[in-house]
Design a protein around this ligand. Sequence first.
Ligand code: KG4
Ligand code: ZN
Length: 332
Amino acid sequence: MDINILAIESSCDETSAAVVQNGKVLNNIIATQSVHEKYGGVVPELASRAHQQHIVPVVEQALSGANISKKDLKAVAFTQGPGLLGALLVGSSFAKSLSSALKIPLIGVNHMQAHILAHFIEDPKPNFPFLCLTVSGGHTQIVKVNDYLDMEILGETKDDAVGEAFDKIAKIIGLPYPGGPMIDKQAKNGNHQAFQFPETEMPGFNYSFSGIKTAVLYFLQNNSQKNANFVADNLDDICASVQHRLIMTLLQKLKKASKHTGIKEVAIAGGVSANSYLRKMLAETGEELNWNTYIPKFEYCTDNAGMIAMTAHFKYQKQEFLGMDAAPIPRM
Ligand code: KG4
Ligand code: ZN
């Protein structure tokens, strides 16, 4: 008998639903919210309302696209956290209602764990134990993955996440939201050695990304006083230099963690793993240090329910279910 699980992701500004059958993700429907663009960042209240509008059509599309009807479902999964409370509530309420109506188990998924397990949706799959650099708008972590549901955080950011640094610096430069992909795009034509930005030294495998944001702000203010067109004249070089600093900082600690643990299976996950320079530099570093590197498909880098479905599959096998009193955990 097929094990079909419906999964819902609603932690931030993407409403997504996916169906996994016996561990194979059949589809992955994502509705992106454009309402936030003009505000230069995600507005939590608008995100909740947009999730409410999108959730029914997105779930219907996920089920019909997979040729699965509700009665064929064996469980329903949702992102329990971390994320925005109002946004998480839409997904969790929907999943709980469906679980109760269909009398099927409810599975709660940790969004960050799911970013890592996105590597098991398609081949090539990493071998345990592996290191995963998990980089998103809210997190920056080096995780040692011992098994599907057994993970240890070796290091993490003590202030801004790297995606947040990309987005905030993009805003300072005057680029539209979301800034990460915009910096990536502009940097392609720039010289990454044009400007030097400082790196904050941190102990162990930890990171700090708030200093570079301030450094960029002062650097641009100083130069704009001398030349009002400084940013426009040097946009590509500024983006390439900022991106180089952020990505090299990420990789230095990852190299240190690999050396320390002796682990040469190395993956990246989360929204920032869509960054073309990170993908290129990880591949180069891997060749140099004899690592096996794992870079997710673009579709599975940023927020999506496919990764929630994959995680739910592993939790279903362990019969890790939640009761009806389950609530979202914004800081999970
Ligand atoms: O994982 P994600 O979709 O949502 C969170 O869980 O936070 O990550 C979103 C983050 C944003 O900060 C966005 O700017 C960043 O990922 N991002 C990128 C790129 N694509 C997305 N950052 C740099 N370069 C990219 N190509
Ligand atoms: Zn995410």
